[in-house]
Ligand binder design. Sequence first.
Ligand code: PLP
Length: 459
Amino acid sequence: MTPDEFRRIGHEVIDWIADYRERVADFPVKSQVEPGWVRDRLAALPERGEGFDGLLADLDRIVLPGTTHWQHPGFYGYFPSNASLPSVLGDLLSSGLGVQGMLWSTSPAATEVEQHLMDELVGAMGLPERFLGGGVIQDTASSAALVALLAALHRKSGGKWRQSGVDGSETVYVSSQTHSSIERAARIAGLGEQAVRSIAVDDVLAMRVDDLAERIRSDVEGCRKPVLVCATIGTTGTGAVDPVREIAALCGEHGIWLHVDAAWAGPAALCPEFRDLFDGVDRADSFTVNAHKWMLTAFDLSLFWTAHPDVLVDALAILPEYLRNPATESGAVVDYRDWQIPLGRRFRALKLWSVLRWYGLEGVRDHVRGHVELAALLESWIAADENWELVTPRSLSLLTIAHKNGDETTKAAMDRVNASGDAFITHTTVNGRFAVRVAIGAESTREHHVRALWDALSA
Ligand code: PLP
């Protein structure tokens, strides 16, 4: 494709995306296709190139029916996965530049724009100064958790982990509500599930510090090595917030790495009125926020800060001959390949930069506040209703609700809403009770959409 062909077809592609976004609310939110429907319609690969028209036609004919529309204003499932149009343009610019930013020297701008954004966000989100210079963009919160665990293992071993690996005595602490990525990280790191302690939660599903203290004490007595505690601000099921400051104090006593997972709730730290939720993060060893959930940035882009980049780099750095270069050897630059699992890395910072410059910090705050206000409104309608109730307290823009008649009625209402195509909600269980989660966070969701959801649920 010549640059001139790119210019022509690129306009068509941008038009296609713009048309799609204009009519996204007309589609059923959840794809209605049966398994195999999409594959049955895909043709064999062409021997000879065929241009772009056929592909765009297949997008309309095959891909759109097989798509669940996450940018639909009626999408309230899981957590939001905002893909704002400025971030789409930023992604395009990143692919257009086509650089690979594994080393500072392979594209200095890729590293330095990222460093600048991560440091600026420390101030904007009220994060501790100890995170300055310790920020890096990961693909996902799962990768962030894994690198945090590897750094923690390295630190706990006094620097021996890198040479000799784990010895089977290491332990990791989560609550029953912690995201599964931590357990997976423990498996990948060679600790096995047996190393993961599931700490009890209180009546609002936050980690119980007394149980944590007891498990750590008994592990230390049993000659185990507590390595990492993961505290969550905004758990996946119900948005619960663990008592980070108290957990941090315990971690400090025992030399345990504290990783704080704010994958979904993190953008709320941009708003001073929500900062209380982040109390104790100043004591964390690492902290992660998914810009690709509620911060307007197209998947994938996870913000990760650590107060110990030196430990992380010492754990992961390898310098084969073919990567040697004067800048790296001078020690004057950051090579982000040593802060992550893969070697290669794309210029992800461009899409975050596009978002932050297009909306400004105030625009991102308005985005978050708007959803919290809508959730508070829905909460007030539920409080005034005699059939439905909140199962856990509202957390920012997430509500967990159930019908008083019991699980079958709640599930039937959820299925009815999802079958309508007008909205999409998902569920969780809270102490064995089936509950619907309403996660408000799509960029285009307005009060009338939430009203329509409530009317459909409560009908
Ligand atoms: N942590 C929390 C609290 C989450 O809710 C999720 C996903 O929903 C994750 C981590 C994992 O995110 P990712 O898909 O970026 O790995």
